[in-house]
Design a binder for this molecule. Sequence first.
Ligand code: SF4
Length: 973
Amino acid sequence: MTSSEATDLRNTLPGARELDVSPEVGDEVKCTTCYMCACRCGIKVHLKNDKVRYIEGNRDHPVNRGVLCAKGSAGIMQHYSPARLRKPLLRVGERGAGEFKEIDWDEALGIAAGWLSNIRKSDPRKLAFFTGRDQSQALTGWWASQFGTPNYAAHGGFCSVNMAAGGIYTIGGSFWEFGQPDWERTRYFMMFGVAEDHDSNPIKTGLARVKENGAKFVSVNPIRTGYSAIADEWIGITPGSDGLFVLALAHELLKAGKVDVDYLIRYSNAPWLVIQAPGAANDGLFARNEGGDPLVWDRREGRAKSAQDPSAAPALKGEVTLPDGTRAVPAFELLAKRYLDETYSPDAVAQRCGISADRIRRLAAELAQAAFEEEVVIEQPWTDWTGRRHERMVGRPVSLHAMRGISAHSNGFHTCRAIHLLQVLLGSVDSPGGFRFKPPFPRPAPPAPKPAGKLADLAPETGLKGPPLGFPTAPEDLLVDDAGQPVRIDKAFSWDNPISAHGLMHTVITNAWKGDPYPIDTLFMYMANMAWNSAMNTAETIRILTDKDSESGDYKIPRIIYSDAYFSEMVPYADLVLPDTTYLERWDCISMLDRPISEPEGPADSIRQPVVAPDRDVRPFQDVVIDLGARIGLPGFVDEKGAPKYPGGYPDYIVNHERKPGVGSLMGWRGESGRESGTGAPNPKQLDSYIENGCFWQGHIPDEGTFFKHANQAYLDYATEMGFLERPAPIVFQLYSEVLQKFRLAAQGHGAVTPPENHRERVETFFDPLPFWYPTFEDEEAEGGDFPLHAVTQRPMAMYHSWGSQNAWLRQIHGSNRLYVARETAEKHGIADDDWAWVESRHARIKVQVRLMKGLNPDTVWTWNAIGKRRGTWNLNQDAEEAAKGFLLNHLIDDLLPAKENGYRYSCSDPVTGQAAWYDLRVRISKADPEEPSLSEPQFDPLPLPPGLDRGPSTLRYGAGFHSRTGDGIEDT
Ligand code: SF4
């Protein structure tokens, strides 16, 4: 019986109303890529009468294999949000008052181009261009370098740069986009404090595999929610102590001799000889031969040999004297000495970590058991870079994963290095069952690009010599002037935070306001809610955005251009607003030049295509950037005659832009015939091929090259051919970092570029060539003081930053946030469930409503991130719970550390990478007076709706109209 026959039959039954049991869902299906969080799953959007009807996961897509989360399906409500901006806006009242007039695009772009052009003609540094969770950084970074400003970064500095830099400087790869557990084969998976979009669907499906396979899943997280709730073992660690716990595991493994010595010798720099010459300029550097190769000590022949010499039998222990009289020891000797020290014994760390010593010992034994007693064998011969053939691939099936939780601490870089050190000691990096690289990684640790923007290279109407972000390898790579002062407005790549590979977006507004290191003219930002949940010290940030010079009466940050799709809290603080489209209305590319969607078996990238046309006068930000580039004549955006190089906007750029000959935004269907992959000439039909293939492309590494990629000749050849590597040379894991030692030597006064006196102690301390643990800066301050509790946020599975908490469907899951407090802790303070409480830090205080819970480290309180909203914004009702009861912890976090003796205040960041240290926060709580109003604090003046937006409906319903077959998607009542 067909479905229409079934419907007819039902409708003949007595009392039946006309039922359509199998309604037509839509009349068209288009593939694209989700943007409801950062995971970039493939989706199929069902349309009816050109309206979005339904979103499902794309089963063929490598990221999600059809899985769609709550956020992904709620993309409909994001797309039809009443908070969408409708037309360009020009400020007409005071900044922050929210008074705008609508203008047309030509006028808006003319104003922006005028401002930008003037800056470029005088001093390109006066433009600070910062984007938020932008997925087009390959374009925006390129634009900044063509403009000639070093003041560019995206959100990485306040998200997870510690994870990126910690991994890239250690193993030449990192977690998430650049590596993942071998979900199929791992026997023991340990995860550290992961935000649930880092990454979301892939981790969920991966955990399902781990569970199905009977492997053990251990979650290390102060809070038992989300992934931790399904862990076989939950370790409620004290925030900021993960590195100590990991190094205690290393202590136990070293003590028991449970490390993979062959793996260390073959793939890491553990045997490389480190010069021992205290006080000398080469102390702690690697001993090298005349050709520059690092040396190892051949234990059979009793002499030094190049580490590249396959005949060497390197020693891991013992001090040696080289022919020139230099004393040296293998890096492993230093490593073992450090971690075997009692400082890292389980007994010494137990109290600080909140984990008993016996439990740490047992966990170390379990890791060793999984790695060495349950080894995984794949019957696949392969050849390593020395030409040695291996008949099979033997793996150590232990895998680790970490992201934001450990990243957002001022000790996060070294903690991340410690995690990778543990994986290397166990021999599990890119071995079957372990952590697996995803192309284009691994790359040399660190890879080649260095940050461009040396002072001498900056000039009017001149582009940068390279990308504004990169990986310094020595003090000479820093962007500082002769006095050692920062060149960039965010002080990235300066002595404040030398290896700030993603910039420090969280410092830009304060520095620009202070004119430290110099005043700027225009702050140009994209999808970064800096007047609210993307800023520390939010109230002060709001104040300084409107602060004026007392003499001139001008704003201290003279001009602000902002692009966003929605009426976020940042919009009223802009002078010019350029409204963006939703993700369903534009082209995008998830590029290998940025952060692709590769899998361990092969590289992959993808696109977004517009599945519906905008119904407002808005433009994709990427089109706007390209248009502005042409208007102001940026070299990469105009041809030799000065005409726009990409008149077709972003899709034109995606297809035709070449970063170097044959290397473009997308890797699939290249070459004029469209048959080439990786590199090749632009193919005018490339986007059609992507669309035909579900909007993604995937390549395949030869079977022989799928593991041990760092040393596997088949992979190294493949990666070179594809353009991921310059040459097919092995990547050696840098357990001991000579790069860090070079900065330390500079702090000791060696070399041509040394830090100013006031930075020396800090650089010397934190640029330790071996991973180490130190208390977070707030912990140090709070030691024995008045702020006994740690305070952190988590991102809920159902929401992504402030985007999700305005979404009519997702708001029904999390309408307001509470402060979660452990029951025993609440009892001590006389606080019961639903009570209101004051939370105070050294910086500020907020009022919140409390929810008690089990499964929480008793010294920790926490809340969901970015649910609190400012009244009037996002087109929510003025009394919406998000504004009345929701709150941000951001108000409590000072963006600057307490002043040093010389009065200098560093930003609240990791001292190596500049990663924003959101999770260092220490607080105390007390019960609020029950007579006080049940309202979160602080509250701010409500913001008026910008012109063009009607006040949102009190009830927002979607889809009711479809049942009338009129095809109307959205119905507001
Ligand atoms: S995990 Fe993220 S990208 Fe994937 S469906 Fe959910 S919201 Fe979309």
